[in-house]
Design a protein around this ligand. Structure first.
Ligand code: ADP
Ligand code: MG
Length: 332
C-alpha cells in the first residue's frame, strides 16, 4: 500500500506499519504468552503465574530455575495438560491448552507429552518390571502389541538401564528408577518431555547419569525437553536456562561456544532480561535497590540502548529528607 497523495499516512497505513514492526511470534514447540494461573483456596488468592512468557523451539532442551514457590511446578502442570491456566495463551505442539476439551486433553497427556516427577516412587508402578512399566502407556495408544516389548527394550538400552528390564522398581537405585521413568515418559514418542526436578532426590553423581539420560532422549529421540532443576551443574549443561521470578520469566542465560581470535573455542554464558510481547521486563532487585528505583523511572532512548533513570523528583525528596535528618539538632 502506498501513502495517500497528501503525504500523510492514513489509518490503515499506520496499522499496517505497526503490524510490520510488531515482534514476529516465533513458531515454537512450546509458546506461552501472558500466562496467568490464580489458585483460590478458602477465599485466599495466590497468583502462581503472573503473565509468564516462554518459547521453546522444536528439539531444544532448556532448564527452568527459580526459587521455591516461583511457579515452576505450576507451569509444568499446565504445559503437561494436568492443570488449566486462568488466562493467557499456551500452545504445545499445536495444541491450544486453554481451548482443549476433555477428549483431546486425554490424548494429549498420553501421546503428545511425557512427564517425569521428582519423587522416584511416583513415576513407576511398584509391581511391574521396568520393561512392563515402559510398555504400559503403549497400551493406550496405537503401538502394536508385538512392537511394544522391542520398543521398551530399545528405550531402556538407550538410557543405559537395559540391565534393569526384568526387575521391579524396589530393586533399582534411585538413579536407575529415574532413567526408567524417562523411558516410560518417552514410550509413546511424545513431542515434549517435561521433568520437574527429576534429580531432586539424588546425589550429584547419580544426578549426572539421570541428566545424561535426558540429554540422550533429546538428542537421539528428538524430543523437546523442559527440565526444572535446582542443580546449577545441571542447568549449566543446557544451551538455555530460563529463570522464573514471581510467576514470570525474568532472565535467560544463553550458552554458546565461541571461537576466540586465537582459534580456541570457549563456552560463553550471557545473561539476558526477558522482554515480553508487551514490552515489559523485570529489573534485577540489586539494580533497583542500588539506585533506589521505585514505582516510576524515566526511560531515555539512546541510539543503541535504553537508559533507565530514577524519578528525579523522588530522588530530590529523598536527598532533602536525608539533609534534614543529618541537619537535626545542629544550628545553622
Ligand atoms: P515452585 O514449583 O516454583 O516451587 P509452585 O508452582 O509449586 O512453585 O507454586 C507457586 C505458588 O503457587 C506458591 O505460592 C504455591 O504455594 C502456590 N500453589 C501451588 N499449588 C497450589 C494449589 N494447588 N493451591 C493453592 N496454591 C498453590
Ligand atoms: Mg515445584
Amino acid at each position: 500500500m502506498t501513502e495517500p497523495p497528501t503525504g500523510r499516512p492514513d489509518l490503515d497505513e499506520l496499522r499496517r506499519r505497526a503490524m510490520a514492526n510488531a515482534p514476529q511470534r516465533e513458531a515454537g514447540m512450546v509458546v506461552c504468552e501472558n500466562l496467568v494461573r490464580i489458585y483460590q483456596t478458602e477465599g485466599v488468592e495466590v497468583q502462581a503465574l503472573q503473565g509468564l512468557d516462554l518459547s521453546v523451539a522444536q528439539g531444544e532442551m532448556i532448564a527452568v530455575v527459580g526459587a521455591s514457590g516461583s511457579g515452576k511446578s505450576t507451569l509444568l502442570g499446565i504445559l503437561s495438560g494436568q492443570d488449566v491456566p486462568t488466562a493467557g495463551a499456551a500452545e504445545v505442539a499445536g495444541h491450544d491448552l486453554l481451548a482443549m476439551k476433555r477428549r483431546e486433553r486425554l490424548g494429549y497427556r498420553r501421546a503428545t507429552v511425557g512427564f517425569v516427577r521428582q519423587q522416584t516412587s511416583r513415576n513407576l508402578l511398584p509391581y511391574l518390571s521396568a520393561a512392563e512399566n515402559v510398555m504400559l502407556p503403549m497400551t493406550y495408544t496405537g503401538i502394536k502389541r508385538s512392537r511394544r516389548r522391542a520398543r521398551a527394550e530399545e528405550l531402556l538400552d538407550l538410557l543405559s538401564v537395559g540391565h534393569c528390564r526384568d526387575r521391579t522398581p524396589d530393586t533399582l537405585s534411585g538413579g536407575e528408577q529415574q532413567r526408567v521413568a524417562i523411558a516410560v515418559a518417552n514410550a509413546n514418542e511424545p513431542r515434549v518431555l517435561f521433568a520437574d526436578e527429576p534429580t531432586g532426590e539424588l546425589d550429584t553423581a547419580t544426578s549426572d547419569e539421570v541428566f545424561a539420560a535426558l540429554r540422550r532422549a533429546n538428542e537421539n529421540l528428538g524430543v523437546t525437553v523442559v527440565v526444572v532443576t535446582h542443580d546449577a551443574l545441571v542447568s549449566e549443561q543446557v544451551q538455555r536456562t530460563v529463570r522464573i521470578r514471581n510467576g514470570r520469566t525474568s532472565t535467560e542465560v544463553l550458552r554458546r561456544v565461541a571461537t576466540g581470535e586465537d582459534g580456541v573455542e570457549v563456552l560463553t554464558a550471557e545473561e539476558y532480561a526477558v522482554l515480553d510481547a508487551g514490552g515489559r521486563l523485570q529489573l534485577p532487585g540489586e539494580f533497583t535497590e542500588r539506585l533506589h528505583l521505585r514505582k516510576r523511572v524515566r526511560l531515555v532512548l539512546e541510539s543503541d540502548h535504553v537508559g533507565v533513570w530514577p524519578d528525579e523528583a523522588a530522588r530530590r525528596a529523598r536527598s532533602d529528607a536525608q539533609d534534614a535528618e543529618s541537619g537535626d539538632g545542629s544550628e545553622r
